[in-house]
Write a protein that binds this ligand. Structure first.
Ligand code: AMP
Ligand code: GLY
Length: 429
């Protein structure tokens, strides 16, 4: 099978690494890719914004399957354009990508399908939004409807903060993404992510993970795309996972099919484990990054037939096969991330880190002549497995310590929630 993988992050490096192990793979291309992905794929200089160029290129090269990593091209309709010329795609149509692209759409779907989520209301006018605040108590959550690069959510502790967020979002701070806002009840509990693959009808659960959103240790500092993750997240017990699939994932897949906009691709459910059960915080329509890195190192079966079945509508309901292991990823970011990252800094020691037993997935790296340098905020995701999260973490940090990246930083406490739960013997590094 000839596969084109789209994206350039650690998520896509992990997908390339896993796809390259498939005996069914004939040829792997990646666009735009990165130097890590280049070990498994031929890189193609295509921009993810240029949909006609991607479609034409895929047709010319007899691509059998396109795997779309990030959300923006999905929301923009790239999967539709490829399907229109008969190419199989892993990833939803623009209509189904509204599950990530519009929070108001997803809330309406939750109402229709009876999916448990925070009490909510959508607004286009500030006066009505402010008048509704009293219904929600404090803290209250104010969200821009559309994609806002993780910055469109304010958890307001006071009414004044909430009103300020309403004015800012409806005033155009996030452009069209904030033309509609959602106000919702604040949920208490622990957050966990659950992944599932669907072909529009069937569902294969793809495991759980917990991310670390804040830049610095102790969950301090600004929000990021994710500074580390581990899988499985034991807080989502098998019983809770079954409940979340039955009450959240499957009803969403069924409701999308009933609406004539079936969801095919990877559904990433951000859940809050509340006292009254799992509730949906948000859907994403793709793998998470760095969640994908930990899931791929744990998956104990060929990824390609799974993705191909999702793309062609031939998936069957069944559990995926997993290694009897946990995985943990530590992100190395360039100094300044998530603000203005210092790019161009030299990166060394990757071979030593891999010899220490980790996978070093590239994200924002590029080659400057022979030298590997930082090219964006998140630079590497150092990922290791172990019998438990504690062992995976010890291996991941041993590999991190073998890397020489003086203009970068990482969190030192990835996995702290899980370590607090694991027996002390495993917690010792
Ligand atoms: P979202 O972009 O919707 O995932 O929101 C970003 C983050 O805000 C989530 O990962 C949660 O930590 C937090 N959050 C969003 N909605 C709520 C809510 N209703 N209650 C509590 N925390 C929330
Ligand atoms: N790590 C969170 C995300 O990919 O959205």
């Amino acid at each position: 099978m000839n596969v084109l993988l789209l994206g350039s992050g650690g998520r896509e490096h992990a997908l390339a690494w896993k796809l390259a192990q498939s005996p069914l793979l004939a040829k792997l291309w990646a666009a735009p890719g990165n130097p890590g992905i280049a070990a498994y794929a031929e890189l193609v200089a295509l921009s993810l914004n240029d949909r006609p160029a991607i479609v034409a290129w895929a047709q010319r090269h007899a691509v059998d399957l396109v795997v779309i990593g990030p959300e923006q091209p999905l929301v923009d309709g790239l999967a539709d354009d490829l399907r229109a010329v008969g190419i199989a795609v892993v990833g939803p149509s623009a209509a189904a990508a509204r599950l990530e692209g519009s929070k108001a759409f997803t809330k309406a779907l939750c109402d229709t399908a009876g999916i448990p989520t925070a009490a909510h209301a959508s607004f286009e006018a500030a006066a009505a939004a402010k008048a509704a605040l009293a219904r929600f108590g404090l803290p209250v959550v104010v969200k821009a409807d559309g994609l806002a690069a993780g910055k469109g959510v304010v958890i307001a502790a006071t009414r004044e903060e909430a009103e300020e967020a309403i004015d800012e979002m409806l005033g155009g701070r996030f452009g069209a993404a904030g033309a509609t806002i959602v106000i919702e009840e604040h949920l208490d509990g622990e957050e966990v992510s659950l992944f599932a693959l669907s072909d529009g009808r069937s569902v294969v659960p793809l495991g759980s993970a917990q991310d670390h959103k804040r830049a610095f240790d102790g969950d301090e500092g600004p929000n990021t795309g994710g500074m580390g993750a581990y899988s499985p997240a034991s807080v989502l017990t098998p019983a809770l996972e079954r409940q979340a699939i039955a009450e959240i994932v499957r009803p969403a897949v069924d409701a999308m099919a009933t609406a004539g906009t079936p969801f095919s691709g990877v559904l990433f459910a951000g859940l809050m484990l509340t006292a009254t059960g799992p509730k949906l915080i948000e859907f994403n329509v793709r793998f998470g990054d760095p969640e994908c890195q930990v899931l791929m190192t744990r998956l104990d079966e060929d990824l390609l037939p799974l993705l191909d079945a999702a793309a062609r509508g031939t998936l069957v309901d069944r559990p995926a096969r997993w290694k009897d292991a946990a995985a943990l990823a530590v992100v190395l970011a360039a100094d300044g991330y998530p603000g203005m990252p210092a790019t161009g800094g030299a990166i060394g020691g990757i071979a030593g880190a891999e010899a220490a037993g980790a996978h070093v997935f590239h994200a924002g790296t590029r080659l400057d002549g022979e030298a590997l340098v930082a090219a964006a905020g998140r630079v590497l995701a150092v990922t290791a497995t172990g019998a438990g999260v504690g062992e995976a973490r010890a291996r991941a940090y041993a590999a991190v310590d073998a890397i020489d990246f003086p203009t970068g930083f990482c969190r030192r406490d990835i996995g702290w929630r899980e370590l607090a739960r694991e027996p002390a013997t495993e917690a010792a590094p």
